[in-house]
Design a protein around this ligand. Structure first.
Ligand code: ZN
Length: 252
């Protein structure tokens, strides 16, 4: 599936999961603006947080692709969206003064737009080094740093649609972000870990109908079917519909 189809599914999934996670109903921007209540900006920030996190994580499993996740011409829209989402995220989280946040933005922006396996390894390498540094300086729980570093190394050196698309990859990613972000809850980051795990899991679910995923990797057998081919009409259609439905929920 195209990166942007995954992102649209992630965004729509976040809208659907938000009431379950937050125990409040999803409110469209228009309703929130009309209600003019004191909690207005809090509601917008929570909803935006879960959507942006889910969108970012929805393309992360494909960082295992030798030719970068979205370094194809057809993915220009996806690349621009990733960079816009990362920038929105930094400002929403009040992280514009954080060097670490900017390093992640530049590394992920680079990964989404630079072709070639060497470029991909360099981008993931930078992310791995930052995570290790955060762990050493205790800015991140050492356990989280270890688990996330294992995930990054796995994404760097395993074949496409193997480790990152397995239950092992999902569990390591989920454990890492959950442990790593818990400490940072004072930065309104509580919903980020939920959004990231949701986006990641939805990627695997979507790939399960686009050729299958090896959930039990290192066992190679893939679970799933091939209903959708990457870049096909169906792929574009699913992405388009998910985007429109998401925008409908978000705005109206
Ligand atoms: Zn994938």
């Amino acid at each position: 599936m195209l990166g942007r189809t995954h992102m649209a599914i992630g965004a729509l999934g976040a809208v659907a999961a938000y009431p379950i996670i937050e125990h409040v109903r999803w409110d469209a921007v228009e309703n929130i603006l009309h209600s003019a209540s004191a909690g207005m900006s809090h509601t917008i920030a929570s909803e935006a947080t879960i959507v942006l996190s889910a969108v970012v994580a929805s393309v992360m499993p494909d960082l295992d692709q030798p030719n970068s996740m979205m370094a194809h011409r057809v993915e220009r829209i996806g690349q621009v969206t990733v960079i816009a989402v990362l920038l929105a995220f930094v400002f929403l989280m009040h992280l514009s003064g954080s060097l670490t946040a900017w390093t992640f933005v530049i590394a992920l922006g680079w990964l989404s737009s630079t072709p070639g396996n060497a470029a991909r390894l360099a981008g993931l390498g930078v992310i791995g080094v930052v995570i290790i540094a955060l762990g050493i300086h205790h800015d991140m729980t050492p356990n989280a740093a270890v688990v996330l570093t294992i995930w990054v190394i796995g994404a760097m050196f395993t074949h496409h649609r193997t480790f990152t698309h397995s239950l092992l990859g999902l569990v390591l990613f989920a454990m890492g972000v959950n442990l790593g972000l818990k400490e940072l809850s004072h930065l309104h980051l509580v919903l980020v870990s939920d959004g990231l795990i949701l986006g990641y899991a939805l990627h695997l679910a979507a790939d399960a109908v686009a050729g299958g995923v090896p959930l039990l990797w290192p066992v190679k057998h893939r679970q799933g079917i091939r209903l959708v081919r990457t870049g096909s009409m169906t792929d574009h259609l699913i992405g388009g519909i998910a985007t429109l439905v998401f925008l409908g929920f978000a705005v109206l």
